[in-house]
Design a protein around this ligand. Structure first.
Ligand code: ADP
Ligand code: FDM
Ligand code: MG
Length: 212
């Protein structure tokens, strides 16, 4: 008798506007379910350093070029993500391809063009969209100094991001009311995460491919 095949981990994505509480919830969920976390952009790689410099307004770049770098920054982590999932470890991403599309589209790039470099990335088993009104976000402190931290862009990003869940082949998508008390947001997130993990374990299906 061979050993029972190990069940793969679940890929969970947290999306939302600046100050929606993504990083807070990613760390709380990871602690609760014992997961690996990856933050996009992953600023420590050579590509990530170029992105960091662009976001910090230390360098300028064509909108298409920076879009491709954000996508490449995800692709360079795919191997590690897939190996972790294969190993039975859950992976939680703080932002993913949906942020990539939303921010670049907000600057005026075409939706189809923005989507293509991310086609085929690992398909999330669950995306939690932390939804927050700009008014409540404003109560959580002033914007920082980074490139996209301005009201006009955030408004456009919110509209685009909230529509991405109804596109085809994005995986299960749940909107969470991020304006609630921190503990209640965590409770709502964990309820969805646990359902997603159960579903992965029940189906035993391999990881899918985004937008395909
Ligand atoms: P993001 O990663 O989405 O930008 P953070 O997790 O860094 O957001 O949270 C932004 C700020 O808002 C932090 O000061 C954090 O403590 C606070 N915060 C997070 N969630 C809540 C919440 N549900 N209610 C009130 N404040 C919150
Ligand atoms: N961002 C993030 C993009 O424009 N494209 C992407 O693909 C990703 C992952 O980078 F303004 C933007 C979104 C945000 C910034 O901010 C990253 P945080 O605070 O590190 O999440
Ligand atoms: Mg954050």
């Amino acid at each position: 008798l061979g050993a029972a095949k190990k069940v793969r981990g679940a890929l969970i994505v947290i999306e939302g506007l600046d100050r929606a509480g993504k990083s807070t919830q990613v760390s709380r969920i990871a602690q609760s379910i014992t997961a690996k976390t990856i933050k996009f952009p992953e600023r420590t790689t050579p590509i990530g350093k170029m992105i960091d410099s662009y976001l910090g307004k230390m360098s300028e770049m064509d909108d298409h070029a920076i879009h491709l770098l954000f996508s490449a920054n995800r692709w360079e982590k795919v191997d590690e993500i897939l190996r972790s999932l294969d190993d039975g470890q859950h992976v939680i991403c703080d932002r993913y391809a949906f942020s990539g599309i939303a921010y670049s589209c907000a600057k005026g790039l075409s939706h189809d063009w923005c989507r293509s470099p991310d086609v085929g990335l690992p398909l999330p088993d669950l995306t939690l969209f932390l939804s927050l009104t700009p008014e409540v976000a404003a109560q959580r402190g002033a914007y920082g100094e980074e490139r996209y931290e301005v009201v006009a862009i955030q408004e456009k990003v919110k509209t685009i991001l909230s529509q991405l869940g109804s596109e085809t082949n994005v995986g299960p998508w749940q909107t969470i009311d991020a304006g609630q008390d921190i503990d209640k947001v965590t409770e709502d997130c964990l309820a969805e995460v646990k359902k997603a993990i159960d579903s992965v374990q029940l189906k035993g299906a391999p990881i899918g491919k985004l937008f395909t």
